[in-house]
Ligand binder design. Structure first.
Ligand code: ADP
Ligand code: MG
Length: 228
């Protein structure tokens, strides 16, 4: 039985325009991601990985093509609809953790959902604590990012990405800044979340060692999919 598609793009293009200068970056991307899938997005620097993830995450609009997720036409959707969709369905992990330095690990995990709700709730605090448990940081809840190791910070960032129980997590070189051992721990964690929560993952990397840990690989070269 094949899993249901959650994300479908076809003929997706992105051209950056700056005055008279046009830079075509994505040149017609066709891609389907299914529920519970874990895929590596591979490609050399400048091939368009971050641009694609930013568009799939609805943080930027494509120039053309089709972009649907969970039956919603995200090309036609308004900015407000896209923002609401993103907060409900998509989580992000970046190369740099982007944790807020003055907040504790727990507060950092709660932050995106607290912003969406406009307040902190006890349920949210409990969910954040559970997620920190799940990423192995139960005893670090009250620590600020500066008191955590690189790998631990990235695990907080993973917990934060999961706070709204997203269908898809987009991770842009999530291990790019970590040593091999911490990188492997973060990858193991993503696998475990993928198995237990059935969250789909699209993980960009230029590291073969990381890509080999994903069941599917999607190769990008110069704005086109070479293999998927
Ligand atoms: P990757 O993540 O694979 O390294 P990127 O998606 O960051 O690649 O970049 C792909 C190409 O798009 C690069 O040539 C980059 O210079 C160009 N690019 C990215 N963002 C912009 C922008 N805002 N304006 C113009 N060109 C951009
Ligand atoms: Mg990039």
């Amino acid at each position: 039985m094949s899993a249901a598609p959650i994300l479908e793009v076809s003929g997706l293009t992105k051209t950056f325009r700056d005055g008279a200068t046009e830079t075509p970056v994505l040149k017609g991307i066709d891609l389907v991601i299914s529920k519970g899938e874990m895929a590596a997005l591979l490609g050399p620097s400048g091939s368009g990985k971050s641009t694609l993830l930013t568009i799939l995450g609805t943080l930027m609009r494509a120039s053309g093509g089709r972009h649907e997720m969970l039956g919603v036409d995200l090309m036609q959707a308004s900015d407000a609809q896209r923002t609401k969709f993103r907060s409900r369905h998509i989580g992000f992990v970046f190369q740099f953790h982007h944790l807020l330095p003055d907040l504790s690990a727990l507060e950092n995990v709660m932050m995106p959902a607290a912003c969406t709700l406009g307040r902190e709730t006890r349920a949210l605090r409990e969910r954040a604590a559970e997620l920190l448990d799940a990423v192995g940081l139960a005893d670090r809840r009250d620590y600020r990012p500066s008191a955590l190791s690189g790998g631990q910070r990235q695990r907080v960032a993973v917990a934060r990405a999961l706070i709204a129980n997203p269908d898809l997590v987009l991770a842009d070189e999530p291990t790019g800044n970590l040593d091999r051992q911490s990188a492997d721990q973060v990858m193991e964690l993503l696998h475990e979340i993928n198995r237990t929560m059935c969250t789909s993952f699209l993980i960009s990397t230029h590291d073969e060692h990381i890509a080999r840990q994903c069941p599917r690989r999607i190769e990008l070269l110069d704005g086109r999919i070479l293999r998927s």
